[in-house]
Design a protein. Structure first.
Length: 210
């Protein structure tokens, strides 16, 4: 069983969210163009730091290079490089776009569309990731600054604003953008950046070795 204090705080958070969404429904209007959220300078800096720390600290096993490759060591190094590249792209290149059709979420190989009928509400988790709840379960997307960081800096929380607006758009069709994401942008994923970056991550320890 959960503690009473925890249940009270969650109930209060739900009431506050309902109030914010109701205010948006009463005051906002449908934008003519799709609404986008993405990684700003903070996300790009975090991605660059993760990349640099990994390259500086990783120790490749013998046989992981191209000169005298050993299958097991080479595949392990290649796989970890691709995972690291995906993580860096997730931090530095993520994008979420709302248009007349639903919420477009950029992923590794393509952009996934969450149609409005399958979007119930969107909440901001403690780690800064948005979570969409609907009849088909939940979906995670976005990488905002954690809400506790915004409170520490005494600033508004962009992730919370995004979650509230997406929830309001889901519940109130008159708030949804009237424009549509271009077809080419709706298909793009991380792969075109992640694959070259993965190759660079794999080669960097050998290129930088004295």
């Amino acid at each position: 069983m959960g503690e009473p204090g925890g249940e009270d705080s969650r109930a209060e958070a739900r009431r506050a969210k309902r109030a914010r969404v109701a205010l948006l429904a009463a005051s906002a209007t449908a934008p003519p163009e799709p609404v986008r959220w993405g990684a700003g300078w903070g996300g790009r800096v975090c991605g660059a730091v993760v990349f640099a720390v990994y390259v500086a600290s990783v120790h490749r096993p013998e046989g992981a290079g191209l000169a005298r490759p050993e299958p097991g060591a080479f595949l392990f190094a290649l796989w970890t490089s691709l995972v690291l590249a995906w993580a860096v792209c997730r931090l530095a290149l993520w994008r979420v776009t709302a248009d007349r059709d639903g919420i477009h979420v950029r992923r590794m190989w393509s952009t996934r569309l969450l149609a409005w009928p399958v979007v119930g509400r969107v909440d901001l988790r403690h780690d800064g990731v948005l979570e969409c709840f609907g009849p088909r379960g939940s979906t995670l997307f976005g990488t905002f600054a954690p809400p506790w960081l915004a409170r520490l800096a005494r600033r508004d929380c962009p992730g919370q604003r995004a979650a509230d607006l997406l929830t309001a758009m889901s519940l109130h069709p008159h708030l949804r953008p009237t424009g549509r994401v271009p077809r080419r942008a709706a298909r793009a994923g991380f792969a075109r950046w992640a694959l070259p970056l993965g190759a660079l991550v794999h080669a960097a320890p050998f290129l930088l070795r004295p």
